[in-house]
Design a protein around this ligand. Structure first.
Ligand SMILES: *Cc1c(COP(=O)(O)O)cnc(C)c1O
Length: 418
Protein backbone atom coordinates (compact mmCIF):
# COMPACT_ATOMS: atom_id res chain seq x y z
CA UNK A 1 0.00 0.00 0.00
CA UNK A 2 1.20 3.48 -0.72
CA UNK A 3 0.10 6.44 1.38
CA UNK A 4 -1.40 6.32 4.82
CA UNK A 5 -4.67 8.17 5.34
CA UNK A 6 -2.91 10.33 7.92
CA UNK A 7 -0.74 11.98 5.25
CA UNK A 8 -2.40 15.20 4.05
CA UNK A 9 -2.84 15.06 0.26
CA UNK A 10 -1.18 18.43 -0.36
CA UNK A 11 2.14 17.32 1.14
CA UNK A 12 2.47 14.25 -1.07
CA UNK A 13 4.32 14.75 -4.39
CA UNK A 14 2.09 15.60 -7.33
CA UNK A 15 1.72 14.10 -10.78
CA UNK A 16 3.35 15.94 -13.68
CA UNK A 17 0.61 18.12 -15.24
CA UNK A 18 -1.36 16.36 -18.00
CA UNK A 19 -1.71 19.34 -20.35
CA UNK A 20 -1.77 17.26 -23.53
CA UNK A 21 -5.59 17.14 -23.51
CA UNK A 22 -7.50 20.42 -23.49
CA UNK A 23 -10.59 21.00 -21.34
CA UNK A 24 -13.70 22.46 -23.03
CA UNK A 25 -16.95 23.23 -21.19
CA UNK A 26 -15.64 21.30 -18.22
CA UNK A 27 -14.88 18.19 -20.27
CA UNK A 28 -11.63 16.69 -21.40
CA UNK A 29 -11.11 16.88 -25.17
CA UNK A 30 -9.63 13.79 -26.82
CA UNK A 31 -9.03 13.63 -30.56
CA UNK A 32 -10.77 17.00 -30.90
CA UNK A 33 -14.01 15.80 -29.28
CA UNK A 34 -15.57 16.28 -25.84
CA UNK A 35 -15.18 13.08 -23.87
CA UNK A 36 -18.92 12.51 -23.31
CA UNK A 37 -19.63 12.70 -27.03
CA UNK A 38 -16.60 10.59 -27.84
CA UNK A 39 -18.02 7.90 -25.54
CA UNK A 40 -21.31 8.10 -27.48
CA UNK A 41 -19.43 7.70 -30.72
CA UNK A 42 -17.53 4.68 -29.39
CA UNK A 43 -20.85 3.26 -28.24
CA UNK A 44 -19.62 1.70 -25.03
CA UNK A 45 -17.40 2.08 -22.04
CA UNK A 46 -14.74 1.16 -21.10
CA UNK A 47 -12.52 2.17 -24.00
CA UNK A 48 -9.03 3.31 -24.83
CA UNK A 49 -8.64 6.34 -27.09
CA UNK A 50 -5.35 7.24 -28.78
CA UNK A 51 -4.97 10.76 -30.14
CA UNK A 52 -3.43 10.99 -33.63
CA UNK A 53 -2.45 14.63 -33.17
CA UNK A 54 -0.44 13.79 -30.06
CA UNK A 55 1.26 10.84 -31.75
CA UNK A 56 2.27 13.08 -34.64
CA UNK A 57 3.45 15.78 -32.26
CA UNK A 58 5.62 13.36 -30.30
CA UNK A 59 7.38 12.08 -33.41
CA UNK A 60 7.94 15.69 -34.54
CA UNK A 61 9.45 16.62 -31.15
CA UNK A 62 11.87 13.70 -31.38
CA UNK A 63 12.84 14.59 -34.95
CA UNK A 64 13.51 18.12 -33.75
CA UNK A 65 15.60 17.09 -30.75
CA UNK A 66 17.62 14.22 -32.23
CA UNK A 67 20.04 14.31 -35.17
CA UNK A 68 18.37 13.75 -38.54
CA UNK A 69 20.62 10.78 -39.30
CA UNK A 70 19.36 8.77 -36.29
CA UNK A 71 16.52 6.45 -37.29
CA UNK A 72 13.46 6.17 -35.10
CA UNK A 73 11.89 2.75 -34.70
CA UNK A 74 8.59 2.06 -32.99
CA UNK A 75 8.71 -0.97 -30.65
CA UNK A 76 5.13 -2.07 -31.25
CA UNK A 77 4.75 -4.27 -28.20
CA UNK A 78 3.93 -1.03 -26.37
CA UNK A 79 0.71 -0.80 -28.40
CA UNK A 80 -0.01 -3.26 -31.20
CA UNK A 81 -3.46 -1.90 -32.22
CA UNK A 82 -3.31 -2.38 -36.03
CA UNK A 83 -4.67 1.08 -36.91
CA UNK A 84 -2.17 2.73 -34.58
CA UNK A 85 0.74 0.66 -35.94
CA UNK A 86 -0.26 1.70 -39.47
CA UNK A 87 -0.39 5.34 -38.38
CA UNK A 88 3.02 5.06 -36.72
CA UNK A 89 4.54 3.15 -39.64
CA UNK A 90 3.95 6.19 -41.84
CA UNK A 91 5.63 8.53 -39.34
CA UNK A 92 8.69 6.61 -38.11
CA UNK A 93 11.58 4.92 -39.94
CA UNK A 94 10.93 1.37 -38.87
CA UNK A 95 8.98 -1.01 -36.65
CA UNK A 96 10.46 -3.42 -34.10
CA UNK A 97 8.47 -6.60 -33.57
CA UNK A 98 8.83 -9.33 -30.98
CA UNK A 99 6.70 -12.17 -32.37
CA UNK A 100 5.45 -13.45 -35.72
CA UNK A 101 2.02 -12.10 -34.78
CA UNK A 102 3.47 -8.59 -34.43
CA UNK A 103 5.41 -9.14 -37.66
CA UNK A 104 2.15 -9.71 -39.54
CA UNK A 105 0.60 -6.54 -38.11
CA UNK A 106 3.71 -4.50 -39.02
CA UNK A 107 3.78 -5.79 -42.59
CA UNK A 108 0.02 -5.33 -42.98
CA UNK A 109 0.55 -1.78 -41.70
CA UNK A 110 2.80 -1.09 -44.67
CA UNK A 111 6.13 -1.07 -42.82
CA UNK A 112 9.13 -1.48 -45.13
CA UNK A 113 10.62 -4.95 -44.38
CA UNK A 114 14.09 -3.44 -44.80
CA UNK A 115 13.35 -1.41 -41.66
CA UNK A 116 11.54 -4.04 -39.60
CA UNK A 117 13.52 -5.91 -36.97
CA UNK A 118 12.49 -8.94 -34.99
CA UNK A 119 13.86 -9.45 -31.46
CA UNK A 120 12.92 -11.75 -28.61
CA UNK A 121 14.19 -14.90 -26.92
CA UNK A 122 12.81 -18.31 -27.87
CA UNK A 123 11.90 -17.60 -31.49
CA UNK A 124 10.45 -20.79 -32.95
CA UNK A 125 11.65 -22.29 -36.23
CA UNK A 126 8.29 -21.37 -37.80
CA UNK A 127 8.69 -17.75 -36.67
CA UNK A 128 12.24 -17.60 -38.01
CA UNK A 129 11.10 -18.99 -41.39
CA UNK A 130 8.40 -16.35 -41.63
CA UNK A 131 10.92 -13.64 -40.74
CA UNK A 132 13.45 -14.77 -43.37
CA UNK A 133 10.72 -15.08 -46.01
CA UNK A 134 9.58 -11.55 -45.07
CA UNK A 135 13.16 -10.26 -45.56
CA UNK A 136 13.18 -8.50 -42.20
CA UNK A 137 16.18 -8.14 -39.92
CA UNK A 138 16.42 -10.78 -37.21
CA UNK A 139 18.02 -9.79 -33.92
CA UNK A 140 19.75 -13.03 -32.95
CA UNK A 141 19.44 -14.07 -29.34
CA UNK A 142 21.31 -17.42 -29.29
CA UNK A 143 23.56 -19.89 -31.10
CA UNK A 144 20.50 -22.07 -31.66
CA UNK A 145 18.95 -19.31 -33.78
CA UNK A 146 22.15 -19.10 -35.88
CA UNK A 147 21.97 -22.83 -36.56
CA UNK A 148 18.28 -22.75 -37.46
CA UNK A 149 18.79 -19.74 -39.72
CA UNK A 150 21.61 -21.52 -41.56
CA UNK A 151 19.14 -24.27 -42.54
CA UNK A 152 16.35 -21.79 -43.39
CA UNK A 153 18.72 -19.74 -45.58
CA UNK A 154 19.58 -22.93 -47.49
CA UNK A 155 16.01 -24.10 -47.88
CA UNK A 156 14.47 -20.74 -48.89
CA UNK A 157 17.41 -19.55 -50.99
CA UNK A 158 17.14 -16.19 -49.22
CA UNK A 159 19.99 -15.20 -46.89
CA UNK A 160 18.75 -14.46 -43.39
CA UNK A 161 19.45 -10.82 -42.47
CA UNK A 162 20.82 -10.79 -38.94
CA UNK A 163 22.01 -8.46 -36.22
CA UNK A 164 23.39 -9.76 -32.96
CA UNK A 165 21.52 -8.74 -29.84
CA UNK A 166 24.25 -8.23 -27.28
CA UNK A 167 23.81 -8.69 -23.57
CA UNK A 168 26.23 -5.98 -22.50
CA UNK A 169 28.48 -5.98 -19.45
CA UNK A 170 26.69 -2.90 -18.02
CA UNK A 171 23.17 -1.94 -16.95
CA UNK A 172 21.02 1.12 -17.66
CA UNK A 173 21.00 2.95 -14.34
CA UNK A 174 17.67 4.14 -13.05
CA UNK A 175 15.54 2.04 -15.38
CA UNK A 176 12.11 0.78 -14.41
CA UNK A 177 12.95 -2.52 -16.07
CA UNK A 178 16.50 -3.76 -16.70
CA UNK A 179 16.89 -5.84 -19.82
CA UNK A 180 20.64 -6.07 -20.22
CA UNK A 181 23.71 -6.61 -18.05
CA UNK A 182 24.30 -9.52 -15.67
CA UNK A 183 22.69 -12.88 -16.39
CA UNK A 184 19.72 -12.33 -18.75
CA UNK A 185 17.53 -14.36 -21.09
CA UNK A 186 17.92 -11.58 -23.67
CA UNK A 187 20.69 -11.43 -26.23
CA UNK A 188 24.07 -13.12 -26.17
CA UNK A 189 26.66 -12.35 -23.49
CA UNK A 190 29.58 -10.29 -24.77
CA UNK A 191 31.93 -13.06 -23.65
CA UNK A 192 30.25 -15.56 -26.00
CA UNK A 193 30.30 -13.32 -29.07
CA UNK A 194 33.59 -14.35 -30.72
CA UNK A 195 32.31 -17.92 -31.12
CA UNK A 196 28.86 -16.79 -32.24
CA UNK A 197 30.24 -14.44 -34.90
CA UNK A 198 32.42 -17.20 -36.34
CA UNK A 199 29.28 -19.36 -36.64
CA UNK A 200 27.43 -16.54 -38.44
CA UNK A 201 30.27 -16.17 -40.94
CA UNK A 202 30.34 -19.95 -41.52
CA UNK A 203 26.57 -20.12 -41.99
CA UNK A 204 26.52 -17.53 -44.81
CA UNK A 205 24.00 -15.33 -43.03
CA UNK A 206 23.81 -11.66 -44.03
CA UNK A 207 25.36 -9.95 -41.00
CA UNK A 208 24.16 -6.36 -40.61
CA UNK A 209 25.06 -5.18 -37.11
CA UNK A 210 24.24 -5.06 -33.44
CA UNK A 211 21.28 -4.48 -31.17
CA UNK A 212 21.77 -3.34 -27.58
CA UNK A 213 18.83 -2.74 -25.28
CA UNK A 214 19.78 -1.94 -21.70
CA UNK A 215 16.37 -1.23 -20.18
CA UNK A 216 13.07 0.59 -20.13
CA UNK A 217 11.15 3.48 -18.52
CA UNK A 218 14.13 5.71 -17.68
CA UNK A 219 13.47 9.36 -16.83
CA UNK A 220 17.13 10.33 -16.30
CA UNK A 221 18.72 11.74 -19.45
CA UNK A 222 22.24 11.30 -18.12
CA UNK A 223 21.73 7.56 -17.52
CA UNK A 224 20.35 7.15 -21.03
CA UNK A 225 23.32 9.05 -22.49
CA UNK A 226 25.74 6.92 -20.51
CA UNK A 227 24.10 3.71 -21.73
CA UNK A 228 24.16 4.96 -25.33
CA UNK A 229 27.84 5.82 -25.08
CA UNK A 230 28.76 2.50 -23.53
CA UNK A 231 26.66 0.68 -26.13
CA UNK A 232 28.39 2.54 -28.93
CA UNK A 233 31.87 1.81 -27.52
CA UNK A 234 31.03 -1.85 -27.10
CA UNK A 235 29.67 -2.08 -30.65
CA UNK A 236 32.83 -0.43 -31.97
CA UNK A 237 34.99 -3.03 -30.20
CA UNK A 238 32.75 -5.84 -31.51
CA UNK A 239 32.90 -4.44 -35.06
CA UNK A 240 36.54 -5.48 -35.13
CA UNK A 241 35.58 -9.15 -34.85
CA UNK A 242 32.31 -8.98 -36.82
CA UNK A 243 31.80 -11.08 -39.97
CA UNK A 244 31.14 -7.93 -42.04
CA UNK A 245 30.74 -4.18 -41.83
CA UNK A 246 28.23 -2.79 -39.35
CA UNK A 247 25.30 -1.31 -41.28
CA UNK A 248 22.81 -1.20 -38.46
CA UNK A 249 23.52 -0.17 -34.89
CA UNK A 250 20.48 -0.18 -32.63
CA UNK A 251 21.44 1.65 -29.43
CA UNK A 252 18.19 0.76 -27.66
CA UNK A 253 15.81 3.27 -26.15
CA UNK A 254 14.43 3.24 -22.66
CA UNK A 255 12.99 6.78 -22.80
CA UNK A 256 10.43 6.96 -19.99
CA UNK A 257 7.25 8.97 -19.41
CA UNK A 258 6.03 10.30 -16.04
CA UNK A 259 3.48 7.94 -14.52
CA UNK A 260 3.71 8.54 -10.79
CA UNK A 261 3.66 11.48 -8.37
CA UNK A 262 6.98 13.30 -8.28
CA UNK A 263 8.12 12.12 -11.74
CA UNK A 264 9.16 14.74 -14.31
CA UNK A 265 9.19 14.56 -18.10
CA UNK A 266 12.46 13.40 -19.69
CA UNK A 267 14.77 16.16 -20.97
CA UNK A 268 15.51 15.32 -24.62
CA UNK A 269 18.12 18.05 -25.19
CA UNK A 270 21.13 16.26 -23.63
CA UNK A 271 20.13 13.03 -25.37
CA UNK A 272 20.06 14.88 -28.69
CA UNK A 273 23.54 16.31 -28.05
CA UNK A 274 24.89 12.92 -27.06
CA UNK A 275 23.47 11.22 -30.13
CA UNK A 276 24.84 13.97 -32.36
CA UNK A 277 28.34 13.28 -31.07
CA UNK A 278 27.88 9.51 -31.49
CA UNK A 279 26.53 10.00 -35.01
CA UNK A 280 29.58 12.10 -35.83
CA UNK A 281 31.89 9.38 -34.49
CA UNK A 282 29.98 6.69 -36.37
CA UNK A 283 30.40 8.56 -39.64
CA UNK A 284 34.17 8.13 -39.20
CA UNK A 285 34.47 4.88 -37.24
CA UNK A 286 31.63 2.80 -38.75
CA UNK A 287 30.87 4.71 -41.95
CA UNK A 288 28.24 2.28 -43.23
CA UNK A 289 26.27 2.20 -39.99
CA UNK A 290 22.84 3.75 -39.42
CA UNK A 291 22.18 4.53 -35.76
CA UNK A 292 18.75 3.43 -34.60
CA UNK A 293 16.77 4.27 -31.45
CA UNK A 294 13.81 2.05 -30.60
CA UNK A 295 11.03 3.45 -28.48
CA UNK A 296 7.70 2.09 -27.36
CA UNK A 297 5.93 3.96 -24.59
CA UNK A 298 7.67 7.26 -25.32
CA UNK A 299 5.91 7.46 -28.69
CA UNK A 300 2.46 6.32 -27.64
CA UNK A 301 2.02 6.34 -23.86
CA UNK A 302 1.06 9.97 -23.34
CA UNK A 303 -1.27 10.02 -26.36
CA UNK A 304 -3.68 7.52 -24.83
CA UNK A 305 -6.41 7.57 -22.19
CA UNK A 306 -8.43 4.77 -20.66
CA UNK A 307 -12.05 5.74 -20.02
CA UNK A 308 -14.49 3.93 -17.72
CA UNK A 309 -17.97 4.92 -16.57
CA UNK A 310 -18.83 5.37 -12.91
CA UNK A 311 -21.52 2.79 -12.09
CA UNK A 312 -21.86 3.35 -8.36
CA UNK A 313 -20.69 5.74 -5.71
CA UNK A 314 -20.23 4.14 -2.31
CA UNK A 315 -19.05 5.52 0.99
CA UNK A 316 -17.45 2.95 3.25
CA UNK A 317 -16.54 4.15 6.72
CA UNK A 318 -15.89 7.62 5.39
CA UNK A 319 -13.94 6.60 2.28
CA UNK A 320 -15.47 7.31 -1.14
CA UNK A 321 -15.35 4.54 -3.74
CA UNK A 322 -16.23 5.25 -7.35
CA UNK A 323 -17.05 1.83 -8.79
CA UNK A 324 -16.55 1.85 -12.55
CA UNK A 325 -17.18 -0.60 -15.39
CA UNK A 326 -13.44 -0.77 -16.09
CA UNK A 327 -10.51 -2.04 -14.12
CA UNK A 328 -7.43 -4.22 -13.98
CA UNK A 329 -8.79 -6.66 -16.56
CA UNK A 330 -8.31 -3.92 -19.18
CA UNK A 331 -5.57 -1.90 -17.54
CA UNK A 332 -3.31 -4.07 -15.47
CA UNK A 333 -0.54 -1.43 -15.43
CA UNK A 334 -2.70 1.26 -13.83
CA UNK A 335 -3.84 -1.21 -11.17
CA UNK A 336 -0.19 -1.57 -10.16
CA UNK A 337 0.12 -5.23 -11.05
CA UNK A 338 2.33 -5.03 -14.16
CA UNK A 339 5.83 -5.02 -12.75
CA UNK A 340 5.48 -2.35 -10.07
CA UNK A 341 7.10 -3.14 -6.73
CA UNK A 342 5.12 -0.60 -4.71
CA UNK A 343 1.69 0.39 -5.99
CA UNK A 344 1.40 4.05 -6.98
CA UNK A 345 -1.42 5.93 -8.69
CA UNK A 346 -1.34 6.74 -12.39
CA UNK A 347 -2.67 10.25 -13.09
CA UNK A 348 -6.47 9.97 -13.01
CA UNK A 349 -9.29 12.50 -13.36
CA UNK A 350 -13.04 12.64 -13.88
CA UNK A 351 -13.11 13.57 -17.57
CA UNK A 352 -16.70 14.84 -17.50
CA UNK A 353 -15.87 17.29 -14.67
CA UNK A 354 -12.25 17.97 -15.50
CA UNK A 355 -12.03 21.50 -14.08
CA UNK A 356 -14.59 21.19 -11.28
CA UNK A 357 -13.59 23.08 -8.14
CA UNK A 358 -15.57 20.66 -6.01
CA UNK A 359 -13.04 17.95 -5.16
CA UNK A 360 -12.68 15.16 -2.61
CA UNK A 361 -10.43 12.19 -1.87
CA UNK A 362 -11.82 9.13 -3.65
CA UNK A 363 -10.76 5.70 -4.80
CA UNK A 364 -11.59 4.52 -8.31
CA UNK A 365 -12.14 0.78 -8.46
CA UNK A 366 -13.42 -1.73 -10.99
CA UNK A 367 -16.12 -4.41 -10.88
CA UNK A 368 -13.83 -7.36 -10.19
CA UNK A 369 -14.08 -9.34 -6.97
CA UNK A 370 -10.53 -8.61 -5.86
CA UNK A 371 -9.03 -5.70 -3.93
CA UNK A 372 -6.30 -5.58 -6.59
CA UNK A 373 -8.87 -4.02 -8.93
CA UNK A 374 -7.89 -0.47 -8.09
CA UNK A 375 -7.37 2.35 -10.60
CA UNK A 376 -6.86 5.18 -8.10
CA UNK A 377 -6.21 4.85 -4.40
CA UNK A 378 -7.51 7.79 -2.35
CA UNK A 379 -6.73 10.50 -4.88
CA UNK A 380 -7.98 14.07 -4.80
CA UNK A 381 -10.58 14.01 -7.61
CA UNK A 382 -13.53 16.08 -8.83
CA UNK A 383 -16.64 14.93 -6.96
CA UNK A 384 -18.26 12.37 -9.26
CA UNK A 385 -21.62 10.66 -9.61
CA UNK A 386 -22.78 7.55 -11.49
CA UNK A 387 -22.69 8.30 -15.22
CA UNK A 388 -19.48 10.33 -15.03
CA UNK A 389 -16.42 9.18 -16.94
CA UNK A 390 -13.22 8.36 -15.07
CA UNK A 391 -10.06 8.81 -17.10
CA UNK A 392 -6.64 7.25 -16.61
CA UNK A 393 -3.93 9.29 -18.38
CA UNK A 394 -0.61 7.88 -19.68
CA UNK A 395 -2.49 4.86 -20.98
CA UNK A 396 -1.37 4.61 -24.60
CA UNK A 397 1.21 1.90 -23.86
CA UNK A 398 1.00 -1.49 -22.14
CA UNK A 399 -2.76 -1.17 -21.74
CA UNK A 400 -5.28 -3.39 -23.52
CA UNK A 401 -2.76 -5.87 -24.94
CA UNK A 402 -0.97 -6.21 -21.60
CA UNK A 403 -4.08 -6.97 -19.53
CA UNK A 404 -5.96 -10.18 -18.64
CA UNK A 405 -9.23 -9.31 -20.39
CA UNK A 406 -10.85 -12.68 -19.68
CA UNK A 407 -10.31 -12.52 -15.95
CA UNK A 408 -13.77 -12.65 -14.34
CA UNK A 409 -15.73 -12.67 -17.57
CA UNK A 410 -16.62 -9.01 -17.89
CA UNK A 411 -16.92 -7.49 -21.39
CA UNK A 412 -13.72 -6.56 -23.19
CA UNK A 413 -12.73 -3.00 -23.93
CA UNK A 414 -12.69 -1.22 -27.26
CA UNK A 415 -9.74 0.75 -28.67
CA UNK A 416 -10.16 3.77 -30.93
CA UNK A 417 -7.66 5.91 -32.78
CA UNK A 418 -9.05 9.44 -32.90
C1 LIG B 1 9.90 -3.62 -24.70
C2 LIG B 1 11.00 -3.26 -25.58
C3 LIG B 1 11.08 -1.96 -26.10
C4 LIG B 1 10.09 -0.89 -25.76
O1 LIG B 1 10.22 -0.46 -24.45
P1 LIG B 1 9.52 0.91 -24.00
O2 LIG B 1 9.82 1.03 -22.57
O3 LIG B 1 8.07 0.78 -24.29
O4 LIG B 1 10.14 1.99 -24.82
C5 LIG B 1 12.10 -1.68 -26.97
N1 LIG B 1 12.99 -2.61 -27.31
C6 LIG B 1 12.97 -3.87 -26.82
C7 LIG B 1 13.99 -4.85 -27.23
C8 LIG B 1 11.98 -4.23 -25.95
O5 LIG B 1 11.93 -5.47 -25.46
Amino acid sequence: MTESTATPARRTPEHAPMHQFAVRDGELVVGGERLGLLAERVGQTPFYAYDRGLLRQRVAELRQALPASVKLHYAMKANPMPALVAFMAALVDGIDVASAGELKIALDAGADPAEVSFAGPGKTEAELRRAVASRVLINLESLREVKLLAGITQSLGVPARVAVRVNPDFELKGSGMKMGGGPKQFGVDVEQLPGLMAEIAGAQLAFEGFHLFAGSQNLRAESICEAQQKSYDLALRLAAIAPGPVKFLNLGGGFGIPYFPGEQRLDLAPIGDNLASLAERASREMPQASLVIELGRYFVGEAGVYVARVIDRKVSRGQVFLVTDGGLHHHLSASGNFGQVVRKNYPVTIGTRADAADREPASVVGPLCTPLDLLADRMELPVAQPGDLAVVFQSGAYGASASPQNFLGHPGCVEVLV
